[in-house]
Design a binder for this molecule. Structure first.
Ligand code: GDP
Length: 522
């Protein structure tokens, strides 16, 4: 196979949703179709089973939320699928946002009883900003949900995206009879007691044949009326709009009952885009089929497997082909790195990988060389992909080792966990104290838990509350500007910034030092 043929088979996407909408359940179904797991419930079991003793999954279990994101790969009908899982909890939004930089499309799972929930909206907006195609799965049709017309209207009203129903529910909850599949021109019959789906073809009038008992069912007739309505007054199917993220194909179904999921996957694979070009800071576009290998690190995770105490830098390949043992340049340092210990992610195992192409995600075993946002490439042509979004922390804690004799593991743990990018580390100018900043409280809890579990280091965290972080040009800095209301600290790059107590403190500062420029982002 040529590189471009290979690349054309790749589908790399993330599933976005509000917690509990059914992302895990649907992921599991997809893996089942891909033959990666043999039994539904495996991914779920992971949440409470094998990993329980090892790590911060315990937190996840306790709080019933997913705090890690992972990569899953499988083959289906000649396509190679990379699913990037995104944690749904809002405290992990930063990690999630970066993950969304590494995909070519997104699947939005919505609980059809709840409609669009806050976290869905946030994640949607990131996808929208990137202009990537979004496919919608309205889940839990086996339960009574909202009127499907309402759900479609809500997409437009709340998210500003046109919905194009690919299928339409025939009844719902206990009365779920099936799905009217506009796209495949057939009706899928629902059977609560079986995974097998029977399909009835539609005639040229869009109807099932007269001898079918369903034909006279009022739910069927309702669905037909609704379909007619959307055919007359609804949106036209528009590939260009889908490609630019202005229209989303909508699929109804039930992940738990495994109803409509397979059709969804197959249709999605037809329309989902293959790997797209990536923009560089030098203002070029790197095409996935370029011979030159390139990729960027979008996530770093330490100790994924406690047996190995490893650290993995997740790389999205943007162009060319990765080959085991190849040398690449790390853009930030100019150093040559040999990629010899590289892994790919099947659902339950991690396998060593020999080759991978643009669109794929590979994991580099790392001993501290990589940072989030790093570009790696082969060839002489220097490359640096566009910056990944950084979020200014809003919550802060002062952190120290409980046992002063254990400073070594404390420092090691902090340095490694900070490199994963979910928390930021600052040092006080005057006292040298360590201060951590994060977008949400949960990140501190995970930090504390992992410090203990992975580095055997008990930490003391003293809450400092909300602060406004503003960077100051070192040339303009006078240490006497610092006070208790605007604490002077430095970040990991030794850049100075103030942590303002609140907006008043910031305004007061600006009035007092009108010539000083303060910036919000790193
Ligand atoms: P996540 O938080 O988005 O990953 O959601 P999960 O996949 O863990 O699902 C949350 C809950 O909803 C679980 O109890 C699932 O069994 C349930 N669930 C998921 N899909 C469906 C569905 O199609 N129908 C029903 N009735 N329940 C579902």
């Amino acid at each position: 196979m040529t590189l471009s043929q290979d690349v054309a088979t790749r589908r790399t996407f993330a599933i976005i949703s509000h917690p509990d909408a059914g992302k895990t359940t649907i992921t599991e179904q997809l893996l089942l179709f891909g033959g990666v797991v043999r039994q539904a419930g495996t991914v779920k079991a992971k949440k409470s089973g094998n990993f329980a003793k090892s790590d911060w999954m315990e937190i996840e279990q306790k709080r019933g939320i997913s705090v890690t994101s992972s990569v899953m790969q499988f083959d289906y009908e000649g396509k190679r699928i990379n699913i990037l899982d995104t944690p749904g909890h809002e405290d992990f939004s930063e990690d999630t946002y970066r993950t969304l930089m590494a995909v070519d499309s997104a699947v939005m799972v919505i609980d059809s009883a709840k409609g669009i929930e806050p976290q869905t909206k946030k994640l949607f907006q990131i996808c929208k900003m990137r202009g990537i195609p979004i496919f919608t799965f309205m889940n839990k049709l086996d339960r009574d949900g909202r009127d499907p017309l309402d759900l479609i209207a809500e997409l437009e009203e709340v998210l500003g995206i046109e919905g194009y129903p690919m299928n339409w529910p025939i009844g719902m909850g206990k009365e779920l009879k099936g799905l009217y599949d506009r796209y495949h021109k057939r009706v899928a019959l629902f059977r609560a007691d079986s995974d097998e789906t029977t399909y009835l073809p539609l005639d040229e009038n869009g109807d099932i044949s007269d001898d079918q008992p369903l034909k006279t069912n009022s739910w069927y007739q309702d669905a037909r009326d609704n379909i007619e309505l959307i055919e007359d007054a609804g949106n036209q199917f528009d590939m260009d709009k889908i490609a630019s993220g202005d229209q989303t194909p909508v699929f109804f179904g039930s992940a738990l009952a495994n109803f409509g999921v397979k059709t969804f996957l197959e249709t999605y694979l037809q329309f989902a885009p293959q790997p797209a070009a990536h923009h560089t800071q030098e203002d070029d576009d790197v095409e996935p089929t370029d011979d030159q290998f390139s990729g960027f690190v979008f996530k770093i995770q330490a100790n994924m497997d406690p047996k190995h105490r490893d650290r993995i830098a997740f790389v999205r390949i943007c162009s060319g082909m990765f080959k085991h043992g190849m040398d690449v340049t790390l853009g930030r340092t100019g150093k040559t790195m040999r990629l010899s210990n590289v892994t790919q992610f099947m659902a339950d195992t991690r396998e060593n990988v020999d080759t991978a192409v643009a669109g794929d995600i590979i994991g580099l075993y790392d001993t501290g060389n990589y940072q989030i946002g790093d570009t790696i490439y082969t060839g002489k042509h220097k490359l640096q992909f566009e910056k990944l979004p950084q979020f200014t922390p809003e919550l802060f804690v002062r952190v120290s080792a409980k046992n002063v004799m254990k400073q070594k593991s404390f420092h090691k743990g902090i340095q490694q966990l900070v490199q994963e990018g979910a928390i930021q580390l600052y040092t006080s100018y005057t006292t040298g104290d360590y201060i951590l900043g994060a977008v949400g409280q949960l990140q501190f809890e995970v930090f504390q838990f992992r410090m203990k579990n992975e580095y055997n280091s008990d930490v003391v965290m003293e809450p400092m509350g909300h602060k406004i972080a503003r960077w100051i040009d070192p040339e303009q800095l006078d240490e006497r500007m610092s006070s208790s209301r605007n604490l002077l600290v430095k970040d990991l790059n030794e850049e100075p910034l103030f942590l303002f107590e609140n907006q008043f403190a910031e305004r007061w500062f600006k009035d007092k030092y009108p010539d000083v420029t303060l910036t919000a982002k790193l």
